[in-house]
Design a protein around this ligand. Structure first.
Ligand code: C5P
Length: 242
């Protein structure tokens, strides 16, 4: 378990209130079992192992009856559950920030917002983001320079090819100060799809911190198989005899 260090304290908000309809599982994807452990537990374990983790929140749907059981079976000491998820991701994140404020977390504290479904995140990537952003005025996000050629669709065909130079894929965690992010999300409204967009709307430029392709978000059914394969491979390489 991580030990709190006031010099580099950070909080985490995990929005976990989506239905996961694109993964076609019948139940929210964060509860899919990977190596016998729910996806969200893999995600939480990463943060629990990073030095400086302070009180953090999992935002679930008001009618979620699963997360409580999951945390009883796989306890995560720094995380509490808030049944305040909204209709959009931005509303769920805002509810998570408000839950932290209710617990007494101050506006200058750093908050990392991370999708439950990016379960292949590593402690090293979190460290990289923390190191890059702690001294920054704005904050930033993990992101990946676009590796492929980018097409704009027109009625099922290529409308045009867009210039990929300078284009990045936004990932999570995204790291901002609590007060700044809360105000930015209130101003931006419920439809922004990531925290950085809200900060950009406020006229600021988040830092792009180069990430890795493996930090993808489990979105479609085949992503589950890929996540399973990578987790099994990591498990084998840390448990194989030397
Ligand atoms: O749907 P998508 O995969 O983009 O969702 C990203 C993250 O936001 C997921 O962890 C999902 O549970 C969460 N989310 C949420 N509240 C919503 C929609 C999505 O917490 N209303």
């Amino acid at each position: 378990m991580a030990t709190e260090n006031p010099m580099r304290r950070f909080h985490v908000v995990i929005p976990c209130a989506g239905s996961g309809s694109r993964v076609s599982m019948g139940s929210p994807k964060q509860y899919a079992l990977l190596n016998g452990v729910p996806m969200v537990v893999h995600t939480l374990r990463v943060f629990q192992s990073v030095l400086g983790l302070a009180q953090s929140v999992l935002v679930v749907a008001p009618d979620d009856s699963v997360m409580g059981d999951v945390l009883r079976q796989w306890p995560q000491s720094e995380f509490f559950v808030s049944h305040t998820g909204g209709a959009t991701r931005a509303q769920s994140v805002l509810a998570g920030l408000n839950a932290l404020i209710d617990k007494g977390v101050g506006p200058e504290e750093w908050v990392l917002v991370h999708d439950a479904a990016r379960c292949l995140l590593t402690p090293a990537l979190v460290e990289k983001l923390l190191l890059a952003c702690f001294e920054d005025q704005v904050g930033g996000l993990l992101a990946l320079p676009l590796p492929d050629t980018l097409k704009e669709e027109s009625h099922g065909r290529v409308g045009k090819t867009l210039d990929r130079f300078g284009k990045w894929l936004a990932q999570t965690p995204q790291m901002f100060r609590l007060g700044m992010l809360q105000q930015a999300l209130v101003s931006a409204g419920p439809s922004v799809t990531d925290e950085a967009s809200a900060i950009e709307n406020a006229g600021l430029s988040p830092l792009l911190v180069p990430s890795a392709a493996f930090n993808f978000k489990v979105t479609y059914a085949e992503d589950l198989q890929m996540a399973q394969a990578i987790l099994s491979d990591r498990y084998r390489s840390t448990h194989s005899p030397t």
